[in-house]
Design a protein around this ligand. Structure first.
Ligand code: NDP
Length: 284
């Protein structure tokens, strides 16, 4: 590490399988930027202290992942528009006057992957989002901005889905429902699995009636985590079955641009990681 090397970190837990350090190292190599990006395994209770130590040691920016994204809002002196609307932060930028600025790049990363890499036109798509956790909070405003049509949010804990619908503030367009009501909801043009159910007991049974030949089905997870949902989508002959690897790469590129003022290319690193996707087990 030289004097000009800028320090970055990833906070969250568990981080053992995180691809973020590899992504940021690859972007930095491509653009000739000197960075040191280290995972710092931290739960909610230790986060404030760990972030303060990182700042004292000269840390310039950080990513924040599970379970800290919503918690990180409290750690920020200022919030960007996307983080404010999401109520969740995944990117921290050290302010010149001290303290942190928070942003959220998850939604922009998803939309860029779907519209760019997968050439999907999201406009007017009748959309179902499964889950109302940190990732759902990040992607919902971005999907609405991208022009989707009616949106249903279904979560195991109905109060969390209601809170997300209320936060969005578009009652004519955005609705919450329970998993038990899925058979009554009809077909969707876009179905997004934003749950971590693959790691926590598995998703409730999803009816095939949600799918049509127009449906794009997207799992924010990838590798083993996405197998069951994408298999369901393929069995229902969905038009497209897409995992979250592309979103992961794009949200990282958005964070990189916020920190360094230059956007890395993403295709080469995406393709390299896709080639090894069978061994990938975790998303950020
Ligand atoms: P959170 O812990 O904040 O939320 C988890 C969500 O999953 C909640 O809605 C929870 O419901 C739901 N859930 C968990 N277990 C089950 C189950 N058995 N049945 C039904 N619902 C369940 O996690 P995040 O929102 O941060 O992450 C969600 C997923 O998105 C993860 O797989 C993560 O890896 C992925 N992700 C991918 C990214 C990418 O770049 N590709 C970026 C961010 C996240 P309840 O509220 O009822 O507990």
């Amino acid at each position: 590490m030289t004097a000009s090397t800028r320090q970055f970190a990833l906070f969250g837990t568990p981080l053992a399988h995180s691809l973020s350090p590899r992504l940021h190292a690859a972007f930095a190599r491509e653009l000739g930027v000197a960075i040191d990006y280290q995972p710092i395994e931290t739960g909610v209770d230790a986060f404030a202290e760990a972030l303060a130590s990182f700042a004292d040691a000269g840390g310039q920016g950080a990513n924040v992942t599970l379970p800290l994204k919503r918690h990180a809002v409290q750690a920020c002196r200022t919030l960007g528009e996307r983080a404010r609307r999401a109520g969740a932060v995944n990117t921290l930028v050290r302010l010149a006057e001290g303290g942190w600025h928070g942003e959220n790049t998850d939604g922009a990363g998803l939309v860029r992957d779907l519209t760019g890499r997968h050439a999907l036109d999201l406009r007017e798509r009748r959309t179902l989002v499964l889950g109302a956790g940190g990732a759902a909070c990040g992607i919902v405003p971005a999907l609405l901005d991208a022009g989707i049509g009616e949106l249903y949010i279904v979560n195991r804990d109905g109060a969390r889905a209601d809170a997300l619908v209320d936060a969005v503030g578009e009652p004519a367009r955005v609705h919450s429902r329970y998993f038990e009501q899925l058979p009554e909801l009809g077909e969707f043009d876009l179905v997004v699995n934003a749950t971590s159910a693959a790691r926590h007991g598995g998703l409730p049974v999803l009816p095939m009636s949600l799918l049509s030949a127009r449906t794009a089905a997207v799992d924010l997870g990838f590798g083993d985590d996405a197998i069951a949902f994408l298999a369901w989508a393929r069995a229902g002959e969905a038009h497209a079955a897409i995992d979250g690897l592309g979103m992961l790469v794009e949200q990282a590129a958005e964070s990189f641009e916020i920190w360094h003022g230059v956007r890395p290319g993403t295709d080469a690193v995406h393709d390299a990681m896709r080639a090894g996707a069978a061994s990938l087990v975790a998303a950020d």
